[in-house]
Design a protein. Structure first.
Length: 215
């Protein structure tokens, strides 16, 4: 019961942050507010290991993609198309790993060797993507865009496959995304990613209480 109260309270706090930010920064669009609220619901449900995360995730991807288009964040646009496709598979993958009568999933854990190789490859690919964006597009923040895009691709796969380590990657992505949207002047999106940083810590703690397979 105590955990459920905290879950709902944390979600309510995230939504309140979005509403207050929008009220204080009236030049932000209502779409930023909507996308931020959908994002808060989606990540909180992910932290709980609840399959309903995908319902809000689909809606958030659509609204967020439009916001990225207005800012010319081409890496972010590409990754949101990727999110949409992978979430379709994610519904199937999570349903196969549901625990009993609950909507929560049984998780996995990466080996140290696998995690190390993944980290090095992610950093190198991010740098290459930043160089390509800086050289061949008019991306307004090419390296930040790349370093919030490539690691997110990796984190999304790990999340879909229910590996606990995805939370560490999302935390790095969300910190950089705070900088990205702060520099773009969109305060609702800045607040959303700030809350998402806190949600990563919440998710790390929460997933420790979920079941874990030995595969």
């Amino acid at each position: 019961m105590r955990r459920r109260v905290f879950d709902y309270s944390f979600l309510a706090f995230g939504l309140l942050v979005q509403v207050v930010t929008y009220a204080l920064m009236p030049h932000d669009s209502w779409l930023s507010l909507l996308s931020g609220c959908l994002g808060v619901c989606s990540v909180c449900l992910t932290a709980q290991g609840n399959i309903l995360t995908f319902v809000f995730g689909f809606a958030q991807v659509i609204t967020y993609t439009y916001l990225c288009l207005t800012q010319r964040f081409y890496g972010e646009i590409a990754i949101n198309a990727y999110y949409f496709v992978t979430m379709i598979y994610g519904v199937y993958a999570w349903r196969k790993r549901l625990q009993g009568e609950t909507r929560t999933v049984i998780t996995r854990r990466l080996s140290w060797g696998g995690a190390s190789v993944l980290l090095v490859a992610t950093v190198l690919c991010s740098w290459l993507a930043g160089w390509l964006l800086a050289t061949y597009t008019d991306d307004s923040q090419p390296y930040l865009d790349a370093f919030t895009t490539i690691p997110a691709l990796v984190a999304q796969v790990l999340m879909i496959l229910v590996y606990r380590e995805h939370w560490f990657i999302w935390l790095a992505v969300d910190v950089l995304s705070v900088v990205l949207w702060f520099r773009a002047g969109d305060w609702c999106m800045t607040a959303q990613y700030g809350f998402w940083c806190a949600n990563c810590l919440y998710g790390l703690h929460r997933w420790r209480s979920l079941g874990i397979s030995k595969e």
